[in-house]
Write a protein that binds this ligand. Structure first.
Ligand code: NAD
Ligand code: SER
Length: 314
């Protein structure tokens, strides 16, 4: 049996911190190497090895993979939807070349597995709004969505042509308290909890009735690990799996917070992110993930709100 050694790229980000900690629990601290362009997140300090690494520097990445005897890569470095619209060239370049560098090295070094997340941002205004299915019309309008959709096909290509066992999830907007989000359209659903505790009010950059697919981080981490642990023959989707958690609007998350902080108030000032949000589905159908490897979310809105507020208060 291969002794797995994992490299997490983008480990200081919103998902990276929690995924690295979860992988370290599963594989042992020394067997999960965290890496990022920026400094190590304080929550990772003392929990395992860390290297400073730019995924765009293929040579250095390759050296690290060989030097550290890496067998699996989790690639999380990317520019998200809102930041991507401010610098489309940079977003395309990082999101595409970063993935191609990793896939090439995975092929050359015969890595056992690669994880790379896609997003609900692959869907566009012509996709179904409710329970958006795995296979449907996909016409993204953001550079982020275009890069994710192209990336899905690169993953499929490397699997079909070279046998690289690369797996992927189309994450919904992710909500967490450990590490700050990195420039997405769904970031409001994290900011709102911080502001509710600190200011008792929040000005939302999306309108009150903007429903989006969302997921609490513990569900997202579990989905990732379940996908990666599933036997290869259970993986029928080699582009990226739809996964679903919950769907809510700013008005509904505010109401959920008010159940715990009655004097919290929300106001609305939609900006350029409204257009991005309007182009995405409101909810996702994850039947294929459920059938293939048993996906089932645990958190709904109110359960998440209680947990978020409790942990942020700490
Ligand atoms: P994030 O912005 O919080 O973290 C990304 C990390 O990558 C950052 O720490 C950043 O410093 C690092 N990075 C950037 N450029 C790099 C480079 N050249 N080399 C090495 N590291 C670099 O993002 P996140 O929210 O943790 O997202 C991780 C992945 O999940 C991304 O692919 C994102 O598209 C996807 N995703 C996230 C969400 C979400 O709601 N957070 C939803 C859908 C998909
Ligand atoms: N949360 C992400 C974003 O808003 C979705 O991929 O960009």
């Amino acid at each position: 049996m291969v002794k797995e050694k994992i490299l997490v790229i983008g480990a200081s980000g919103q998902i990276g911190v929690e995924l690295t900690l979860a992988l370290r629990k599963l594989y042992g601290n020394a067997n999960v190497v965290a890496s990022d362009l920026r400094e190590q997140n304080p929550l990772l300090e003392g929990t395992g090895p860390y290297v400073s690494l730019d995924v765009m520097n293929k040579e250095m990445l390759h050296v690290q993979v060989i030097r550290q005897n890496i067998t699996q890569i989790y690639l999380l470095a990317a520019i998200l939807s809102a930041t991507g619209e401010k610098n489309p060239n940079l977003a395309w370049h990082l999101n595409m070349q970063g993935l191609l560098n990793v896939l090439d090295i995975a092929r050359e070094e015969k890595l056992t597995k690669v994880y790379w997340p896609s997003s609900i941002a692959v869907f566009g205004p012509t996709s179904p709004k409710q329970h958006c299915p795995q296979q449907t019309v996909i016409e993204p309008i953001t550079v982020y969505g275009i890069s994710k959709y192209a990336g899905e096909f690169w993953c499929n290509y490397f699997f079909q042509r070279y046998g690289v066992d690369v797996r992927s999830l189309r994450y919904p907007g992710l909500i967490s308290y450990k590490s700050a989000p990195g420039g997405g359209t769904t970031d409001y659903a994290v900011e709102i909890y911080h502001e509710a505790l600190e200011e008792k009010k929040y000005e939302c950059f999306l309108s009150e009735d903007t429903y989006l697919p969302m997921m609490y981080m513990p569900d997202a981490i579990r989905a990732t690990l379940e996908l990666m642990e599933a036997p290869a023959e259970k993986i029928s989707i080699r582009t990226s799996y739809n996964v679903a958690g919950m769907s809510f609007s700013p008005k509904e998350i505010a109401a959920s917070i008010q159940k715990n902080i009655p004097d919290f108030s929300i106001s609305y000032k939609p900006d350029y992110r409204q257009n991005i949000a309007n182009s995405w589905p409101q909810s996702i159908d994850a039947t294929v993930a459920a059938n293939d490897w048993g996906w089932k979310p645990e958190f709904d809105l109110d359960k998440m709100t209680v947990d978020m507020l409790e942990n942020l208060r700490k």
